[in-house]
Design a protein around this ligand. Structure first.
Ligand code: HEM
Length: 488
């Protein structure tokens, strides 16, 4: 630090290991949030010489990530991602030409007007989702997982997934779950001491290398196989219109040929939607279910609004969205109450910087504490309570306060947010309209407790729960069946 200025305040650190012992093992966003109350909106700590800066307020997030986006749009280097073959992911790429090119293509395919074109697919898959809830309500978690995957595979590859055990989905799910290899103990050491990856795999502690090799193969198949399916369809003359065909035509020459560089971009761009959009949307929808269980009054108000405005003879559609302010506030509260990515996706400082007299060193890891921002009592009184009313004015109209921070901020804000927002709204609203999601009762008739805890991971999910899902009225079944049939 040659600036002579202090780092932002934070917990006292020890020589060499820094704050290793202070770094929380679980729900780190809560600890970082309490550090925020103790030390200030910007907190600094180190681990083995790596600097970390936590942003705990909306004001500082805007000042740094939006107003100084040139300095704060980089991502930290995570050596393990290259080892496991996940470094192609636009979401973790360093700020530079390769990222910019991929981001431009993703934006083209998921920008506001483009996302509107995906609404019929979202509705179609949502009706399938309701039908599955009707048939096997106990498998609701698996149905929630299936729905965003089916939407994305249809939008991106014009591919209809099998109702169970789909080959492409299985590969993608396994490759994504193996991403966790990047955080298991051996792997985190590689992230701290990158030279470890060059040691032979027979040495003790190097077992992760075999795991990494399998992950590399799966990831390559996840990127290659569905794209080949699209190319085969094009070659056979089958009418195909999807994100993959558009990206292929944008990046191919008039003869349909691609350069090796363009080929990489095509593969990266089409594969990112599932990798970045499936599990995130699953988490948000599951949080919606949890809110229905823990806050039955809010659920009831949303259902009353649907009954009054839409009636009970049909299912709501996205055309009804503007007429359902309470339902809208319910969905916004789902995104606020427990953000899908409580610490967003880490950034890295591209350069040394000075903010309000404090020094932020180049390459520091920047953590935007979305959870703390969404639980700022000044902005959201009683933040731990699920209360859609906070987004409504005294006359019941919606305030202009969409919790966009759930999707990040600045140049690296989520490019899939329009499609994700529509998929979430449709799933939550149609479930509210069609079903009563209630706490299950045990044999003695007592309600089974539902935990409001969430998993400790980059994408945080409610911990598992059981519930009872009943159609709201006798006509529900036939309405869902008709909706499914009319779209087949
Ligand atoms: C409810 C669902 C979703 C949530 C909550 C979510 C949230 C986020 C967040 C917080 C980030 C980090 C932004 C930042 O650094 O400021 C992000 C990045 C990203 N998201 Fe999403 N996302 C969702 C769905 C999707 C979907 C459906 C897609 C499909 C295209 C997508 C594609 C991406 C990509 C490509 C990035 C990386 C952007 C970059 O680094 O330039 N996401 N998302």
């Amino acid at each position: 630090n040659t600036s002579g200025l202090p780092y932002p305040p934070g917990p006292k650190s020890l020589p060499v290991i820094g704050n290793l012992l202070d770094v929380p093992k679980s729900e780190s966003w809560k600890t970082y949030g309490s550090w925020g109350k103790q030390y200030g909106e910007l907190v600094h700590f180190t681990v083995f010489g790596q600097h970390y800066i936590v942003i705990n307020s909306m004001r500082v997030a805007v000042d740094l990530l939006e107003k100084r986006s040139k300095t704060y749009s980089d991502r930290p280097e995570i050596p393990m991602l290259e080892v496991i073959g996940w470094d192609w992911n636009t979401g973790v790429m360093p700020y530079g030409a390769a990222w910019r090119q991929r981001r431009r293509e993703i934006h083209q395919q998921f920008r506001t007007e483009k996302a509107l074109q995906y609404h019929p697919t979202i509705m179609k898959e949502a009706h399938q989702f309701l039908n599955k809830l009707l048939l096997t309500p106990d498998k609701f978690a698996s149905h929630i997982r299936h729905y965003p995957g089916a939407v994305i595979m249809s939008v991106v590859y014009d591919y209809e997934v099998a109702s169970a055990d789909d080959h492409f989905l299985n590969i993608a799910e396994e490759a994504i779950s193996m991403l966790s290899v990047a955080t298991f103990p051996g792997a985190t050491l590689v992230n701290t001491f990158p030279w470890l990856q060059y040691l032979p795999s027979w040495l003790p502690g190097m077992g992760f290398k075999q795991h990494a090799e399998r992950c590399r193969r799966l990831t390559a198949e996840m990127k290659g196989a569905p794209l080949q399916y699209v190319r085969d369809r094009i070659a056979s003359g089958a009418p195909t219109r999807c994100v993959a065909t558009e990206v292929l035509s944008r990046l191919s020459d008039p003869m349909g040929q691609t350069t090796p560089e363009a080929e990489e971009v095509i593969k990266d761009v089409v594969a990112i939607a599932y990798a970045a959009g499936a599990d995130t949307t699953v988490s948000a929808i599951t949080t919606g279910f949890l809110a229905m269980l823990l806050y039955p009054e809010a659920k009831k108000k949303a259902q009353q609004e649907i009954d009054t405005i839409v009636g009970s003879d049909r299912l709501p559609t996205l055309h009804d969205r503007a007429s359902l302010p309470y339902v809208e506030a319910f969905v916004w509260e789902v995104l606020r109450w427990h953000p899908v990515l409580p610490l967003s996706v880490a950034r890295a400082a591209y350069d040394n910087d000075i903010y309000e007299g404090k020094f932020i060193p180049k390459e520091a890891t920047i953590l935007m504490n979305t959870w703390a921002i969404h639980h700022d009592e000044g902005m959201y009184p009683e933040p731990e309570v699920f209360k859609p009313e906070r987004f409504l004015g005294p006359d019941g109209s919606l305030k202009d306060e969409y919790p966009m921070t759930a999707f990040g901020i600045g140049r690296r804000i989520c490019p899939g947010r329009h499609a994700a927002d529509a998929s979430l709204w449709v799933a939550v609203t149609l479930v509210l309209a069609a079903f009563d999601v209630r706490k299950r009762k045990d044999e003695s008739g007592r309600e089974i407790d539902v935990s409001d805890e969430f998993t400790d991971s980059l994408i945080s999910h409610p911990v598992g729960f059981v519930c009872d899902i009943q159609p709201r009225n006798p006509r529900t079944e036939s309405i869902i069946r008709e909706a499914v049939m009319c779209r087949e």
